[in-house]
Design a protein around this ligand. Structure first.
Ligand code: PHE
Length: 387
């Protein structure tokens, strides 16, 4: 708003140019003042001050100018223009002020609603607790198993779940049509019939193909532990699931013997189930290990005395293992290593052992879970027990 308030001039000279200046000065004062309007009250005061019938500055000023002017016609025309101009300026400014006030009232209302809501915040109520996720019992078991071997200097490896027949079977000494393939009910990927058998895709039935992938890519010595998901065309029941998990191990070096295997697994079982657990080895068969063994541990529930969990035998069978069959090392001559060199798996110089175990079975024993399906149910009542 202008600092000096407009007053009608006292005219001393009735010349055309002086009258015109008087009209201009009035319009100028009006336009500055109208721009400063910000409230409905100010608009109303302004309207009375400028447009009031008798006392309004527009009418009062104009009638004075006209009365005084020599050229009444010219002054009349100036008055007409002044009226139009001032009314237009006033209408425009009023419109703007109305709009601004409307926006402000909407914003204020939302602030007020906000404040009102905050006023209802009851700080004495307990807060909303966001539950913190925990590792799935299978993930935890797999990590614990891997950690036992990591502490022995094993590195961790993984491989694809969709595998070729070569890595899953052939390189592991399961030749085509060999009856040992029947022990692993395989889910095959459809539409592979055009390919040679060794290139056909299937869902890996065990983590052992990662042994081959590791040896193809790395020269000995190596120690690797391989956690992962596997698939078999098994019917679901309390202890079977078509998708389950294994932890595989492979150690290849010079002078690896069956004693190394026994010592390693005995240590691992004690680390997983407690130091009082004992192990025993029974002859078994796997195409890729020779000799092969099944490993039993003394029942961790009854200490070996016999209970329902161990079917009163005192022992529980937990994993398969064996010394790597030289035929497996020989088959590595096929694919080249990543660095282009033939792998140095010379069966005269090196030997190794491998083992594989089911994660679900071990988790069921560790946590006393009676039905394997619980692990996949996604039921929070089950999962929250592992918090
Ligand atoms: N891959 C075998 C299975 O799934 C387990 C195994 C692994 C046995 C390594 C011996 C050595 O049945």
């Amino acid at each position: 708003m202008s600092s000096t308030i407009y007053e009608l001039p006292e005219l001393k000279d009735a010349s055309d140019s002086n009258i015109a200046t008087a009209f201009d000065a009035l319009l100028h004062a009006f336009s500055i003042e109208v721009e400063g309007l910000e409230s409905l009250e100010a608009i109303e005061r302004f309207r009375i001050r400028w447009f009031g019938d008798k006392a309004g500055l527009v009418n009062r000023g104009a009638s004075g100018f006209i009365r005084y002017a020599q050229n009444k016609q010219l002054a009349g025309a100036s008055f007409k223009r002044l009226k139009e101009d001032t009314e237009q300026l006033f209408a425009e400014r009023s419109d703007i002020v109305h709009r601004i006030l409307k926006v402000e009232s909407v914003v204020n209302a939302s602030f007020a609603a906000d404040r009102a809501q905050k006023n209802f915040l009851d700080l004495t109520l307990p807060g909303t607790r966001r539950s913190i996720g925990v590792e799935h019992p299978l993930t935890r078991t797999m990590r614990e198993m891997t950690a036992v071997f990591a502490a022995l200097g094993y590195s961790v490896g993984v491989g694809p779940e969709v595998e070729t027949d070569f890595y899953n079977f052939e390189a592991l000494n399961f030749p085509p049509n060999h009856p040992a393939r029947d022990t692993q009910d395989t889910l095959v990927v459809a539409g592979q019939e055009d390919k040679p058998l060794r290139e056909r895709l299937l869902m890996r039935t065990h983590t052992s193909p990662v042994q081959i992938r590791t040896m193809v890519a790395n020269a000995p010595p190596l120690r690797i532990v391989i956690p992962g998901k596997v698939h078999r065309n098994d019917e679901s029941d309390a202890t079977h699931s078509p998708i389950f998990h294994q932890v595989e191990g492979l150690c290849v070096d010079t002078d690896i013997t069956f004693s190394d295997l026994k010592g390693t697994l005995d240590h691992a079982m004690k680390a997983l189930f407690g130091s009082s657990v004992r192990t025993r080895f029974f002859p078994s068969y796997f195409p890729f290990t020779e000799p092969s063994a099944d490993v039993q541990i003394s029942c961790p529930f009854c200490g070996g005395k016999g209970c329902r969990k161990c079917k009163h035998s005192g022992w529980i069978e937990l994993l398969g293992c064996g010394l790597v069959d030289p035929a497996v090392f020989a088959a590595l001559g096929g694919p080249r290593m990543a660095n282009g060199l033939k792998p140095a798996y010379d069966t005269k110089k090196i030997s190794g052992f491998a083992f594989g175990m089911g994660v679900e079975r071990i988790a069921m024993m560790k946590y006393g879970v009676g039905d394997i399906g619980q692990f996949y149910s996604g039921d929070l009542r089950f999962l929250s027990q592992f918090m």
